[in-house]
Design a protein around this ligand. Structure first.
Ligand code: BGC
Length: 718
């Protein structure tokens, strides 16, 4: 769309006070339709005649703003009156934020001082067919709003006391309109309400509200107060060993809210920021707080739930719930590592690790397509992919297993949903990434050298390091092979010439085998097997199984190895061991955090240690979805629901459940583009009963017997 509108901004500096813009007009003749197109350099909230113009929050969302800025479209018709006032409140959002909080980069400084602004057009169509456009220009006005401060990490300050507003003329702002694109991702919305469970006094005397569930969003409260009284609170995820409020792990993010009341009963929530939290600590609150006065509002991208997981083990069910909540809490327009500390960035490694589980749990096709467009837009001149997208760490070295999101994510989105569009859109970006490695390596046909995150948070890390012991050149070369393989497959789907890459891939495999004939760590075994690099994968898998047993039947893997660990075991005859790892309750394991009361997935298996102490506050998120990737093993291996590369999007499905008698039953389902696939198994005295429903043709394999079936519901015994 061609915009006639101009960018407008406040005519003078307001310090931290958020400006509100307005356009007033009178309806001259009967209106058939009124449409608003709106965007901002920052985040906005728009109201017509006091009512929200739509359900969107934190619009226009987060993209690579230098190149792509979404605008939203709203139907104003039902809100029109004889005299109209459109008001647009503008916050800093991601656009002017000092992200990330632990660094001071040139890019950050640039961002912090760049001007905010809005651009909007109201298109009126009258009943006689004539039209009129009210485009943002010098006739629009602005004033200081009651939001005295709002920022992604630090929170919001609001003054609800009555005051007279002084509107002034806006200033035009010279900013590109070329960057404008229509809304591409899912809308960000208030998706769920979580009522407060309890208000209690902690041992140290502080007043704490517990929502019983870690969410991402904000707290809405209702309070009866005298004018000038204050509500002040800070967000936290967990309580410490004594049961006191704790949020040192937010690092520099203040994550607090301060609200000055007007007279009377009032309900309010922040509008231009969000938090990751389960608890709030009330620092000031008029009267005696009761749970009924607080509601947690979960804000995330409007994703449709497609996956269901359940079983006879309540702890596993809690793990499943934590995985879903981990996704909801981190799929707020961009797949972020975490929603609470001074980070909340679109870490490529985390997204890559979780994309498969994410795509079964929810319909994330649109969500990922948008983010991948940003990944492509942010790709550096030499093809390097940033550590985070949008690339708020432009000086950060491209790391193996992080940059590979460029190939892994599109391929998975294609497999899950079957639409080659994502491959078409990303093909050039994938190629550039592979070429980047080809040019960056110190030795042809491997990826040697570079600065990487290694097997991030691997449990075999030497003391004091976050990186596991797996060799970085090993990991980097393995991912080089994998991304090249995915590029070749993509090229074949699209009918592109990829012969040279096919040869490259073969050379990488050969050279890899010569260079890394043995594996030294669990993660090395996992990668060699899963990426087709091991000459004899079964032999490697047996060795891996022995290594795990020697290690005390516990994983030592980190970000890079963990997602594939159980897959590799169950694929090569070690299903029982895979279940042993899954069902383990002591640290380190998926169920240990559950034992400790987790309601989302933790960054560290021992974010809270057995003695109740915390992992160092410098990196201890309690809502880090990455290890929730284990969900894809539950769908694919435990329940047996597999995509087929030759029939992507579940046009056909391969079902091969792998039960374990330590559970009485397990059930998984995915609502796919071709209908439902559901698989349940139950351990009975007469053997194991398998109940499988498929809306698409399927190949079902049970107890070594394979059958090709039409859509329908089937029961088998095994
Ligand atoms: C983030 C991660 C990320 C990592 C990269 C951390 O600070 O939270 O999840 O992938 O850095 O090393």
């Amino acid at each position: 769309m061609e915009f006639q509108a101009e960018w407008i901004t406040n005519s003078r500096e307001t310090g931290s006070i958020c400006p509100v813009f307005r356009k007033q007009w009178k309806t001259k003749q009967p209106v058939k339709k009124a449409v608003l197109y709106l965007t901002a350099l920052g985040v906005y909230e728009a109201r017509l005649n006091g009512k929200p113009v739509g359900e969107e929050v934190l619009a226009p969302g987060w993209t690579v703003y230098e190149k792509r800025l979404q605008y939203q479209t709203y139907d104003l018709t039902p809100l029109l009156e004889a005299s109209n006032e459109l008001r647009i409140l503008l916050g800093k959002g991601w656009f002017r934020s000092p992200m990330p909080g632990w660094m001071e980069t040139e890019d950050q400084k640039r961002r912090a001082v760049q001007p905010g602004g809005i651009l909007g057009e109201i298109h009126l169509t009258y009943t006689d067919g004539s039209t009129e456009v009210l485009a943002s220009d010098e006739s629009w006005e602005w004033a200081e709003s009651q939001v005295l401060f709002s920022e992604i990490y630090d929170g919001e300050i609001y003054d609800a006391e009555e005051k007279t507003e002084a509107f002034e003329s806006v200033k035009l702002l010279d900013w590109s309109k070329e960057i404008l694109i229509p809304q591409e991702g899912e809308r960000i919305r208030e998706m769920e309400v979580v009522e407060a469970k309890e208000v209690f006094t902690a041992p140290n005397g502080e007043t704490i509200v517990d929502f019983g569930q870690e969410i991402t969003g904000y707290v809405e409260f209702t309070v009866a107060a005298r004018a000038g009284a204050r509500v002040r609170f800070t967000h936290g995820e967990v309580l410490d060993a004594e049961g006191n409020f704790y949020n040192e792990n937010y690092r520099s993010a203040k994550a607090s809210v301060c609200y000055t009341c007007r007279e009377g009963v009032q309900t309010w929530h922040p509008r231009l920021t969000f938090f990751g939290f389960r608890y709030i600590r009330l620092e000031e609150f008029p009267g005696t707080p009761s749970p009924r006065q607080f509601r947690g509002i979960a804000v995330y991208s409007e994703l449709k739930r497609t996956g269901e997981l359940s079983c006879s083990n309540e702890k596993l069910n809690q793990l499943f719930s934590n995985i879903f909540w981990g996704q909801k809490g981190n799929f707020l327009d961009v797949p972020t590592d975490c929603p609470q500390r001074d980070e909340r960035l679109g870490w490529t490694g985390d997204a890559q690790v979780f994309v498969k589980a994410a795509s079964y749990n929810y319909d994330v096709e649109k969500f990922f397509i948008k983010w991948l467009h940003d990944l492509g837009a942010a790709q550096r001149a030499d093809g390097a992919v940033g550590q985070v997208i949008p690339d708020y760490l432009p000086e950060g070295a491209p790391s193996a297993a992080w940059g590979d999101a460029a190939a892994i994510c599109p391929w998975q989105i294609y497999l899950t949903y079957g639409n080659p569009k994502v491959l078409r859109d990303q093909f050039e970006s994938m190629k550039k990434w592979v070429d980047y490695i080809t040019n960056a390596t110190k030795e042809a046909d491997l990826w040697i050298g570079g600065t990487h995150f290694g097997d991030w948070l691997g449990l075999d890390a030497p003391a004091g390091s976050y990186k596991g012991s797996s060799r970085e050149d090993f990991i980097a070369s393995a991912f080089y092979a994998h991304s090249t393989e995915l590029l070749v497959k993509t090229g074949k789907v699209l009918g592109k010439e990829v012969g040279d890459y096919e040869k490259l891939q073969q050379r990488i495999v050969e050279k890899f085998r010569q260079t890394f004939p043995d594996c030294r760590t669990q993660t090395e075994y996992v990668l060699a097997i899963w990426f087709g690099l091991a000459e004899n994968p079964k032999d490697f898998a047996d060795k891996l199984a022995k290594m795990i047993e020697r290690d005390g039947t516990q994983m030592k893997t980190g970000f890079v190895g963990t997602p594939y660990l159980l897959h590799v075991l169950s694929k090569y005859g070690h299903t029982e061991l895979a279940y042993s790892l899954l069902l383990r309750e002591e640290y380190p394991s998926w169920l240990y955090p559950v034992e400790k009361g987790a309601t989302t997935i933790w960054e560290h298996w021992d974010g809270i240690m057995p003695d109740g102490k915390f992992w160092s506050p410098d990196m201890n998120s309690f809502n880090h979805y990455a290890y929730g990737a284990v969900a894809d093993w539950i769908y694919e291996e435990a329940a047996g629901i597999h995509t087929m590369e030759e029939a992507p999007g579940f046009a056909r499905v391969y079902v091969e459940p792998k039960p374990d008698r330590r559970l009485q039953w397990l059930k998984a389902s995915i609502q796919t583009r071709h209908g439902l696939v559901e698989s349940k198994w139950t351990v009975t005295d007469a053997g194991i009963r398998f109940e499988i429903t498929v809306d698409m043709p399927a190949v079902i394999r049970i107890s070594g017997m394979e059958r090709t079936v039409e859509p329908g519901s089937y029961t088998f015994w095994g």
